[in-house]
Design a binder for this molecule. Structure first.
Ligand SMILES: Nc1nc2c(ncn2[C@@H]2O[C@H](COP(=O)(O)OP(=O)(O)OP(=O)(O)O)[C@@H](O)[C@H]2O)c(=O)[nH]1
Ligand SMILES: [Mg+2]
Length: 158
């Protein structure tokens, strides 16, 4: 039986401090640091996943800085992306509102080789933070409501 090697370039985008670097550090190196050190431009990590006996998946994970000052530079790295994770922080409503901007920005800069939009998932981060910071439950429901409205309207907007 032949073996197959797949390579996917995955972008991770979202506002500053939502936890993009932390997610990748956990996924690739299994470490988590409490201190915040902003990403300067772009970082890169590689994760090899043995998908099946015959299939190996190589994930090129591109950690895109959320700080606006890096915008013009980081967009150069969107080229040839296969997929994208758009992240927000559950305790930061602005970071959720920005997800639409990140999605539009991505769609304006890059498409798949067949012209289709790059597939994205929306990732809500810091659930533990939500409870440890004792935020009012209304905060959570506001974000949940916005998410539901977005999911209902999104097909109409495409
Ligand atoms: N409680 C909690 N804190 C988190 C989580 N993920 C990240 N953090 C913290 O959030 C802060 C920012 O995380 P980063 O991963 O550096 O954020 P970033 O999105 O890479 O930020 P930029 O590089 O500026 O774009 C750090 O202090 C992390 O320890 C999480 O799931 N839960
Ligand atoms: Mg970072």
């Amino acid at each position: 039986m032949g073996s197959f090697d797949y390579l996917f370039k995955v972008l991770v985008v979202g506002d500053s401090a939502v936890g993009k670097t932390s997610l990748l550090n956990r996924y690739v190196h299994d470490v988590f640091g409490k201190d915040y050190k902003m990403t300067m431009g772009v970082d890169f990590a590689l994760k090899v996943v043995q998908w099946s006996d015959a299939e190996m998946v190589r994930l090129q994970l591109w950690d895109i800085a959320g700080q606006e000052r890096f915008t013009s530079m980081t967009r150069l790295y969107y080229k040839q992306a296969s997929a994208c994770i758009i992240m927000f922080d559950l305790t930061n409503a602005d970071s959720f509102r920005s997800c639409q901007m990140w999605k539009n920005d991505l769609d304006n800069k890059v498409t798949l080789s067949n012209g289709e939009l790059v597939p994205c998932i929306l990732l809500a981060n810091k659930p533990s933070h939500l409870f440890s910071r004792n935020l009012p439950l209304t905060h959570f429901f506001i974000i949940l409501g916005q998410l539901i409205v977005y999911l209902l309207l999104e097909p109409l907007l495409c």
